[in-house]
Unconditional design. Structure first.
Length: 412
């Protein structure tokens, strides 16, 4: 492919990347503000914190378990219908939650329906679409740009959801998120146009294109480097789910108001825009396994500082900013490594499986946070567990096999 054609293809890819980032902005914006509902729902319905934490923990697991399933469907039949179905499920989950105020009802709506809907419009599907249409040296930055959309969503939705909860109640906030979820449907049009046009699809050849999906999955699961990615991503899920679910309540126990919690979630999302873009850019120049090790190690240090620092609003905001820079910055190098190891033909499925490990960790982080609170009245031992897991995740990424990335021209 000559330079003029490569330039034209890259111009055509921008609507796809922007649309994918906008879809992730909404789905992750809705999903990452679920912790703001923990106290309002338990106070108004009588459902215990442990039961609500379990429902949200199930949501973490379903979010992960559904991604390789939807990824496989997208790899075989196309991603557009998957994203539309996800938008409808996410909207229904939010719409039905105010009418299902028992522990079982909340588990089915927030824990299953909303989580599955968010999974269908999440990282593995959207990054997979872009990666299949980009040369290897561009994939990390594209993943960073799409991932940044999810971070913007958190920073936008957190204060808005908290504002609606305070002004009109948590049920109204749920209805607002249901409406927002439906806005992702018209955003699939640029995805459909680029897929139909075959924009950049020649860049997506896998190293072993003759393998079926099942064969490729079996090859990947026998690869030690792939399993190291799973182990690190498990810790990432534990960390993020615990914080999204329980940070607002932890700050309440420290005497800080709901607005501090909402502002902290906003800052985490805002700073992760910079973190995602920086990691995506650095992934084009440095080995991604080293970036992952650095991210996980820095999380351990940041959380350790949070544990011992005085809990003032300013200190919490500084913590949120530092943490936000690493928040979901693990996504571009993780998806990039999966693509380098196995190609992009089945990236939605293979990256989706790493997200399953991520969300198994997320299940434990959300659930054990509630258990710790019920047993001890605080979250202290969970914070220490989080520090230890982050250090282990930093170490487990170092043995991953990864050659230095060199620029490769797109092939016709």
């Amino acid at each position: 492919m000559d330079a003029a054609n490569r330039s034209a293809t890259q111009v055509q890819l921008w609507p796809l990347i922007i649309a994918a980032a906008a879809i992730l902005l909404i789905t992750m914006g809705v999903r990452q503000t679920s912790g703001l509902f923990l106290i309002p729902i338990t106070q108004s319905t009588g459902v215990s914190v442990v039961a609500m934490s379990f429902a949200l923990a199930i949501g973490q697991f379903v979010f992960g378990a559904a991604q390789p399933v939807f990824g496989a469907i997208a790899d075989k039949f196309g991603a557009v219908k998957v994203v539309i179905a996800g938008a409808i499920m996410l909207a229904l989950g939010s719409l039905l939650t105010p009418f299902a105020t028992s522990s079982t009802g909340l588990l089915l709506t927030m824990g299953v329906l909303s989580a599955a809907g968010a999974a269908a419009g999440s990282f593995s599907i959207l990054i997979g679409i872009a990666a299949q249409r980009l040369p290897p040296e561009k994939r990390s930055l594209a993943a960073g740009l799409i991932n940044a959309g999810g971070s913007v969503g958190q920073s936008v939705f957190a204060p808005l959801v908290q504002l609606i909860i305070g002004a009109a109640g948590w049920a109204s906030a749920m209805f607002a998120t249901a409406f927002a979820a439906l806005l992702t449907i018209p955003l699939v049009l640029p995805l459909r146009r680029s897929i139909a046009a075959g924009v950049g699809a020649a860049a997506s050849l896998a190293p072993l294109p003759h393998l079926t999906l099942g064969e490729q999955v079996r090859v990947a699961l026998r690869d030690p480097s792939y399993m190291c990615l799973h182990a690190g991503f498990f810790t990432c899920g534990f960390h993020i789910a615990f914080l999204v679910t329980h940070l607002p309540n932890d700050l309440r126990l420290c005497g800080l108001g709901a607005q501090v919690a909402a502002s902290s979630l906003m800052l985490i999302g805002l700073f992760n825009v910079a973190g995602s873009l920086a990691t995506g850019w650095l992934g084009q120049r440095y080995r991604m396994k080293y970036l992952l090790a650095l991210i996980y190690a820095s999380r351990a240090v940041i959380v350790a500082i949070y544990v011992v620092m005085p809990k003032t609003a300013l200190n919490v905001y500084l913590f949120a900013g530092a943490l936000g820079f690493t928040w979901l910055a693990t996504v571009p190098p993780t998806s990039g490594l999966v693509g380098k190891l196995f190609g992009t033909r089945y990236l939605a499925t293979l990256f989706g499986l790493t997200l399953l490990s991520h969300q198994i960790g997320g299940f434990l982080g959300a659930w054990l946070g509630g258990v710790a609170l019920a047993q001890t009245g605080n979250y202290e031992w969970i914070w220490y567990a989080d520090i230890g897991l982050a250090l282990l995740a930093a170490a487990v990424n170092l043995p991953i096999r990864e050659a230095r990335l060199s620029a490769q021209p797109a092939t016709a």
